[in-house]
Design a protein around this ligand. Structure first.
Ligand SMILES: Cc1cc2nc3c(=O)[nH]c(=O)nc-3n(C[C@H](O)[C@H](O)[C@H](O)COP(=O)(O)O)c2cc1C
Length: 238
């Protein structure tokens, strides 16, 4: 576990920003804590701190801004968020202002749309449905690789899947993915799952949703969806 980087995330609305924080945490192999949890820590020991939350009334969560005041000028920060409206605008400015008055440098920023049922979205039953999605989580992971290449280990992923990735550093070897998959995509070998029959995969996400350590990611693309439909046209039962 990386002892030099910490991610602090407040994600009170739909857990949207937590999805990005988790993807970044996996990439950096570091801990992801809420503000309350992080406040109990000696945060001075961290060289880099990631600060993220949803955007609520045009800025980050007040708890996160309060937490940021504890960060010292010797530490570096990256900022992230999810927001509901089409444009990010100046939503990171409040947090950045506090950091700059403390002399803390911001090494990078990332934001994407998140599921939102406020304001005008109420009429349409919610906006940005499904966001952040797998693609956004991957972009978030790529963002931290870009700004912190020294900490981004090539995650221990098995690449025998084109669309499924198993993150072995998070996998606890419980075998739930193998047990729950109706299409027998996984096989357990040496107490770790391997992707055995990816061509069977119908992207139902049961494995991912039931994984206790978020060690599985699945890339959903239109191209793959059409291929699945074609592959399964002749199937009549499990
Ligand atoms: C009280 C409240 C205020 C919000 N204000 C804004 C806003 O000013 N601009 C915006 O783009 N989204 C706004 N949103 C939408 C959230 O930023 C968006 O849903 C975000 O993904 C929530 O992240 P979370 O699930 O991590 O809390 C607001 C949501 C709530 C609940």
């Amino acid at each position: 576990m990386n002892q030099e980087v910490l991610i602090v995330c407040e994600s009170m609305y739909h857990g949207n920003t937590k999805k990005l924080a988790t993807a970044m945490g996996i990439k950096l192999n570091c801990r992801v804590l809420t503000c309350d949890e992080a406040s109990k820590e000696n945060i001075e020991k961290y060289k880099i701190i990631g600060l993220g939350s949803g955007i609520y009334f045009t800025s980050h969560h007040p708890k996160l801004i309060e937490f940021a005041k504890k960060i010292k000028s010797t530490q570096k920060v990256f900022i992230f968020s999810t927001h509901g409206r089409p444009y990010l605008g100046k939503y990171h400015d409040t947090l950045k202002l506090f950091l700059s008055t403390q002399g803390v440098s911001v090494i990078g920023e990332f934001s994407c749309r998140g599921y939102d049922c406020t304001g005008p979205y109420i009429i349409m039953g919610g906006g940005n449905k499904g966001k952040p999605n797998e693609k956004d989580a991957n972009k978030a992971a790529n963002f931290v690789s870009r700004v912190l290449p020294q900490y981004s280990k090539n995650t221990n992923v098995t690449h025998n899947g084109n669309n499924i990735e198993l993150h072995y550093e998070s996998c606890v070897g419980c075998g739930r993915c193998q047990a729950i998959c109706p299409m027998k995509v996984f096989e357990m070998q040496d107490k770790k799952p391997i992707i055995k029959n990816e061509l069977n995969c119908i992207h139902c996400s049961l494995c991912k949703d039931n994984c206790p350590s978020q060690a599985i990611s699945i890339q959903h693309t239109w191209k793959e969806a059409i291929t699945i439909a074609k592959r399964h046209v002749n199937r009549t039962s499990l």
